[in-house]
Design a binder for this molecule. Sequence first.
Ligand code: GDD
Ligand code: MG
Length: 372
Amino acid sequence: MQAVILVGGKGTRLRPLTSERPKPIVPVADRPFLAHMLEWVARHGMTDVVLCCGFRSDAVVEVIGDGSQYGVHVTWVFEPEPRGTAGAVKMAEEHLQERFMLINGDVLTDMDLSAQIEAHERTGAVATLALVPVEDPSAYGLVRLEDDGRVRGFLEKPKAEDIDTDLISAGAYVLERSIMDMIPAGREVSIEREVWPHLVGEGLYGHVHRGAYWMDIGTPERYVQGVADVLSGAVRTATLDRLQDGPVMAGADVDPTAVVAPDALVEAGARVGAGARIGSGTVVGAGASVDAGASLDRAVLLPGARVGARAELSSCVIGADAAIGDAAHVKEHVIVGDGVQVPAATRLPEVEVAEDAPAAEAPAATRPIAAD
Ligand code: GDD
Ligand code: MG
């Protein structure tokens, strides 16, 4: 079967990580985020992939190419302006097969798509939505389900008083091509607001993925968590195969007195100095360096980043070629932009920042979690 993946979003909540690169190609552990998605659909037999692109598509094309590196063949579709989740797939209409999967390009997951496709074939549905339970459905599409799998109601971004189930749409749908007749051409159309509500009672089904890993990695906190989950194997990805022989890749220069946790990753060409501690969920990217006595936990160092002696990093992202001075502290989901120099002994964040503080209060080069 064919997979159509929507990769049009700007990823504003991950800035400055996404100032330099669009979200689909932000590295997650050892490869671009979209690579994990391509390898996931390929594992379920979908090697024919259509990518519906908008924002900064040039950079996505450059990194992903024809997809062969990830076991798929990619057909590219470009939108002149954002057409919305249904409008984007409408633009891809000429490439579509009779049955295909449509997938949001911003979730890290190992849901069993093969089982979902089987369920779709069994019920004869027009559309089968992947469903997962979450604690708070308010940021998602809430789905009310009958015992036989039919969808009784779909509410995008439900208000608190309307939440009566924990099941949400996980952003992966098996679709019959006939659904294209419901989507007007030439304008922005939301599949969540303009298609699903009309399909309730008309062939809209849900398939619940129990026990699967599923996370939208669109905030700094969830990005750091997602990287840690790839390294620990909490989510099944091809990265795990590379970690079979331990966290230090051939060609990395790690001092014998340094300590590296089993669920960390030190890439080829990286350097770790004497007595440094590379804790769980940490990535030291290619050409990055960690000086003596530094301590890192859930820190993501993009290629070429440098961390000074005795610095302490936790739950943070250090951009490509950025430099953290000696004895500096970087914590609490701060993202240091590419090439930024953080002086010795600096404390980031500078002040305790409440979760819902406006983004403008964050230091220019960095950004803790903020609503957006
Ligand atoms: N090509 C293209 N064009 N892609 C788009 C466009 C567009 O105009 N608009 C959104 N996308 C892509 C985004 O890049 C993302 O990968 C996906 O479509 C979903 O859009 P989001 O903006 O991330 O939506 P959301 O997260 O608020 O809600 C959606 O996902 C939830 C699960 O994470 C909905 O589908 C919800 O129903 C669902 O629960
Ligand atoms: Mg999303």
